[in-house]
Design a binder for this molecule. Structure first.
Ligand SMILES: [Zn+2]
Length: 227
């Protein structure tokens, strides 16, 4: 589970996704643990600890952008409950997540622990949203109705695209190999897939996938950074 911390010249510290949250195996319970078994646990990869490694504190984060609200990406929102930190999420993602919890139709993918009214939800709408210079959020439905990717344009290292679970791993991007039930809405996913391929070509972006550890570790991670 991957988060990105961006130090923006006008916005301050912006966090993209939050991971599963502290003690998630206990919070999730045995059935979900069978699917998402935790291996090679290292405490310094917890969200707050990883941010500390960069010389910052999680309390210094000024805004959070959520690619989607599944429990393995949004559980760490617990750190922001009761604060006024804006949590940017696509309108459709927010609606679908609360609906899924309220009706229990998708209770295994979303959790009531972080789908709460004491978070400062800031929905965005439509196809895209430029949060600030060089921080572009793009709606890419498929895996969930409101999934959105984050494009970050940096001065020296160029463009980065954080795909969240539009692609779980690199193979989902490079071939049309089925993701099984992860893909969910295939027609929407295919349109999103075409857009991202085009965007990558135009910007020569580096891609960070939702759960591809090997790709992630080809790059520097905290405390190192890119400019
Ligand atoms: Zn995921």
């Amino acid at each position: 589970m991957i988060s990105a911390l961006i130090s923006h010249p006008t916005e301050g510290l912006v966090l993209f996704e939050t991971g599963a949250g502290k003690d998630y195996p206990e919070v999730w319970g045995p059935q979900l643990n069978d699917i998402f078994a935790r291996e090679n646990y290292v405490e310094d990869q917890e969200l707050d600890a990883a941010i500390r490694k960069t010389g910052n504190d999680i309390k210094d984060v000024k805004a959070v952008i959520m690619g989607h609200l599944h429990l393995d990406h949004a559980g760490g929102l617990e750190y922001f409950r009761g604060t006024d930190i804006p949590i940017y999420t696509h309108e459709l993602e927010l609606k679908n997540a609360f609906y899924s919890i309220a009706t229990k139709i998708d209770i295994g993918s979303y959790m009531p622990t972080y789908l709460q009214f004491d978070l400062n939800w800031k929905p965005f709408h439509g196809d895209g949203f430029e949060l600030a210079k060089g921080l572009i959020i793009r709606h890419c439905p498929g895996h969930t109705p409101g999934l959105s990717i984050l494009q970050v344009n940096l001065k020296d290292s160029g463009t980065w695209i954080f795909t969240t679970d539009q692609y779980i791993v690199k193979e989902n991007y490079e071939s049309l190999a089925s993701q099984g039930w992860f893909t969910r809405d295939h027609a929407s996913w295919s349109r999103s897939n075409q857009m991202i391929h085009s965007l990558q070509k135009l910007t020569n972006a580096k891609l960070i996938f939702g759960h591809d550890r090997d790709v992630l570790f080809q790059y520097e991670t905290a405390p190192n950074s890119y400019t």
